[in-house]
Design a binder for this molecule. Structure first.
Ligand code: MG
Length: 281
C-alpha cells in the first residue's frame, strides 16, 4: 500500500464529515466513515454503498461510532453526553457499538473508532472498573469479527490512556491519534504525547486547533483548518514517521454547516500534506 495516503473524514447520512461526492471531487481515495443511522445499517445498504465506493475508487479505513444524544457543545456537556461513559445510555450504546462493528464487517472494514467519553481518572473506583469491563466486552466482540477498536484521543492524559489500554488487556485495542483534541481539551503538547503512545497508534486525524484563552479543560479551544493552528503540521508528520506510522492521514474538518468552506479548507490541507510528504518521505 502507498505510504500515508491522504484521507478525509466522511459521512453518508450522519455525523460531521464531508459527503462522498466531495471526497470524489477532491480526488481522495481513503476515508474514515462516520457510522450511518441505525436504519441504514443493513446488508442491502452495505452492498449499495460498497458498489458506490468501488465506482469512485474509494476505500474505508475505519468506521467511527456516533450516538443519538451526543453533544460537544461544551467540555462539560461532552463529558455528560459522549460515548460509553454516561451510565444511563451505556448498555444501549455498547449494544449499538457492536451493531456498528457488524455493519463495518459487512463493509469489509477491520477497525471501528470511538470517542468512548471521559474515562474516570481514579483507577481504583467502581466507575473506572465498569468502563474497563465495558470496553473489554466490546473488544471481545470485535475480536470475534477480526476487528480492532481505535480510541479517539480526547480528554485522557497519555499515562491515563496507556493505563486504560493495559487494564482492558485485549490485543485489539489501539489509538486514533487526533493532535487537535489534546489542544482543544487542554491536555497539552500533542507531539510529546504522540511519541509516548506511538506503539498504539493505528489511525490519525489531521485536525488542528488553538488553545482556549479561558480555563484549559473547562473552556473549549477552537478547531481551525489543518496547518493554521497550534499543531505544527510538519513536526506532526515527522513524528508519525519516527514512530513508524504509515497508514492514512485522514483530514478532519468539522464544519458541515459551511460545506463550501469545508471543501476549500480540506483541499488546502491536502496540498499542505502532499507538500510535506514530498519533503520528508
Ligand atoms: Mg478527531
Amino acid at each position: 500500500m502507498e505510504k500515508w495516503p491522504v484521507g478525509v473524514f466522511a459521512s453518508i447520512d450522519a455525523g460531521l464529515g464531508v459527503q462522498l461526492d466531495v471526497v470524489r471531487e477532491l480526488g481522495i481515495k481513503t476515508i474514515q466513515l462516520h457510522t450511518p443511522h441505525p436504519q441504514s445499517r443493513t446488508p442491502e445498504k452495505a452492498k449499495e454503498f460498497l458498489d458506490k465506493l468501488a465506482g469512485y475508487g474509494i476505500e474505508i479505513s475505519v468506521v467511527f461510532c456516533g450516538f443519538e444524544g451526543e453533544s460537544y457543545e461544551s467540555i462539560k456537556i461532552t463529558a455528560e453526553t459522549v460515548g460509553l461513559v454516561p451510565k444511563a445510555t451505556r448498555a444501549a450504546r455498547l449494544a449499538e457499538s457492536k451493531d456498528i462493528a457488524d455493519f463495518a464487517k459487512l463493509l469489509g472494514v477491520d477497525a471501528i473508532g470511538s470517542h468512548i467519553g471521559f474515562v474516570p481518572h481514579d483507577t481504583g473506583s467502581d466507575e473506572y472498573k465498569e468502563m474497563v469491563a465495558c470496553v473489554r466486552d466490546l473488544c471481545e466482540h470485535l475480536k470475534a469479527n477480526g476487528q480492532r477498536l481505535h480510541l479517539e484521543t480526547g480528554q485522557e492524559s497519555v499515562e491515563g490512556l496507556l493505563t486504560f489500554i493495559s487494564d482492558v488487556g485485549t490485543d485489539n485495542l489501539f489509538i486514533n491519534f487526533d493532535p487537535a483534541n489534546l489542544i482543544l481539551y487542554g491536555i497539552g503538547d500533542p507531539l510529546g504525547a504522540l511519541k509516548k503512545v506511538g506503539a498504539y497508534v493505528r489511525s490519525v486525524h489531521c485536525k488542528d486547533g488553538t488553545a482556549t484563552k479561558g480555563k484549559p479543560g473547562v473552556d473549549w479551544g477552537a478547531e481551525v483548518p489543518f496547518g493554521t493552528g497550534e499543531v505544527d503540521a510538519e513536526a506532526f508528520l515527522r513524528t508519525l514517521k519516527d514512530i513508524g506510522y504509515d497508514g492514512p492521514l485522514t483530514i478532519e474538518r468539522e464544519i458541515p454547516q459551511e460545506p463550501a468552506r469545508q471543501k476549500e479548507e480540506i483541499g488546502q490541507a491536502v496540498s499542505l500534506i502532499n507538500a510535506i510528504k514530498a519533503k520528508i518521505l
